[in-house]
Design a protein around this ligand. Sequence first.
Ligand SMILES: CC(=O)SCCNC(=O)CCNC(=O)[C@H](O)C(C)(C)COP(=O)(O)OP(=O)(O)OC[C@H]1O[C@@H](n2cnc3c(N)ncnc32)[C@H](O)[C@@H]1OP(=O)(O)O
Length: 207
Amino acid sequence: MTKLILIGAGGHSKVIQDIVAEDKDFALYAIVDDAFDDMNEVDGIIYANTSFLEGISVKNYLFCVAIGNNNIRRNLYNKFNIPLESYATLVHPSAVISKSAKIGHGTVVMPNGVVNADTIIGNHCIVNTNSVIEHDNIIGDYVHISPNATLSGAVTVDEGTHVGAGSVVIPSKNIGSWSTVGAGSVVINNIMENVTVVGVPAKELKP
Ligand SMILES: CC(=O)SCCNC(=O)CCNC(=O)[C@H](O)C(C)(C)COP(=O)(O)OP(=O)(O)OC[C@H]1O[C@@H](n2cnc3c(N)ncnc32)[C@H](O)[C@@H]1OP(=O)(O)O
């Protein structure tokens, strides 16, 4: 069993802890978060400040940045000198993943997530509860596909973008990097980088 360390102790972390509890390949070793000043051990799990990472031998563990915010997740990955290969790919047993799909390091697939044929998902992504990523999608690093969102076939989502809960993207559209698709939106056009779109059909929200 591989010992796993989660970086982050908030709501998103709780869902990941549930996934780890279902996975016989992993044993949750520690949860580190700057919200913790002191080190405690509860039910065999260490709770500690992120400075705990400085005193361990990285090669003995796998890791996951368990933070929902895409930008913070990227910043924490860049902050800690942990090789990409040391980040686990965590998949809930109820998720359905095509044998031809590829999923990167540090990426989590929540309950009932679907990733279909020939889709490629990058590193440190979130495929959230009940979301559907259809065939031939290309999903960049640090992307979050929220609960109940549906990406139709051959969609591309570039780095850091957040696709909101219950939104739909029609086939073959591209969503640029570090953009946000509001909850419940329907994307029928390509979306630029660094914008927020909302509504049906999705239109840019001007600052
Ligand atoms: C397990 C989990 O929890 S995973 C997390 C999943 N999270 C999500 O899906 C959240 C997605 N976020 C949203 O939908 C947000 O509303 C955002 C990012 C689109 C906009 O947030 P903000 O920038 O704070 O916008 P704000 O709330 O000020 O609204 C601005 C305008 O957009 C409208 N608007 C905001 N969100 C939406 C939406 N999803 N659909 C349609 N209109 C919207 C508002 O009504 C408002 O309109 P008005 O100016 O005419 O009054």
